[in-house]
Design a protein around this ligand. Sequence first.
Ligand SMILES: [Zn+2]
Length: 472
Amino acid sequence: MPDAPAQRWLVEHEQESVQRLCEWLRIPSISTDPTYQPDVRRAAEWAREQLAEAGLQAQLIDIGDPPGSGHPIVLATSAGRGPHVLFYGHYDVQPVDPVDLWDSPPFEPVIKPSVPGGPGERIVARGACDDKGQVMMFLEALRAWRETSGAPAGGVRITVLLEGEEESGSANLEAFLRANRARFADCDICLISDTSMLDRGRPAITYGVRGLVYNQVTLHGPDQDLHSGLWGGRCPNPNNELVKILAQLWDERRRVTIPGFYDDVRDLSPQERTAWRDLGVDPAAALRAIGLPPESDIGEQGFSSVEREWARPTAELNGIVGGYTGAGAKTVIPSRAMAKVSFRLVADQDPQAIETAFRQWLRDRTPPGCRWEFASFGTSRGVTVATDSPFLSAAKRAISGATGIEPALIKTGGSIPVAAMLKEQLGVETIFMGFGLDDDRVHSPNEKFELDCFRAGARAHAAMIAEILAMK
Ligand SMILES: [Zn+2]
């Protein structure tokens, strides 16, 4: 195998790989908090150096409006032959609060030994998995190829794009991609490693992510808060009206009632249903892990838990605020009530159409004398990758070769907006080959990345480079 020297290098230099990851994890690159701005830049600079050491042409690009107001993009390229591969990841991290729930300081990475029947040997730190650890698998694979073949990325044509605003909403990414279309126009495939395996020892390729529509809706009633004794029963109470309306979002089969909501939903094929059933995912065990009994396996009728997560759209109330919520009693009719409502979408639902239909559905139910105010937190399309693409077959071979285990083909209920942007702006398909675990506590205290996952991921990415080389 042409990647054998790179694979050997990864094994022999594993300690240094882990140390390098720890070095990166010590930089608190929290993108959403302006006080960490110099640290975010330092984390970008650190990644740029790694890429330069792997032989790529690497630079930081200031983005935002005005330019430089955003966190820089790390962009690196290598000349070569064969298909042009784009690798996307992010170097920023989530905030660490509540910090007192961490067993060790979030930016002082520690290696913890494996627990029998529990997690394996692991690095604990903010960003250990999401996304520095997962990006580091690829950076180390690039380093291994450079060290053993002399050529950057072993001679494959690569563009690496590392973003510093993923955890704060990727506000400037779409504009950057549009303005830099020429740099990415001839990319043949994108690799993203920000996803999970099916379970420990069960590597996976994710071939679908869901889309998202997220709105804040406010129902305005009287122009002032009112005494509920004097006014109760005499005028609309926005709290009462809002919950009555939102309760109509689902029917008795737990299907969303907005007209046209399911029109563009792609049906599950019988083959897909069988394949997913055969993965043997245990919904009762998953429920147990969140403190619920097996009878809590509820959702849209006619679909299994996995099908509901991977192939069916949902409506969720993520927050409701209205009236008096402080300590003790205050008999008030509030002048307004607010809810945050999100929809996870599947192929081929159009987020704009769903948002429009949702707002119209609310307007059709406006209580007398009341009015709506809407705000959007952005939308993204779902993405489904063709499972018969040559790149997906290459990724399967790379993972089986590196781990000895045939990867499962799975989807995720989450959303990765950049994949939709790449598809829409540039027509580039994405393959998600990530090595996280569902219990990695990403975004939570004690985030971790297991060393077995890190090893498998680095090896699989090194093997993927050999696969791409062979494709010419
Ligand atoms: Zn994240």
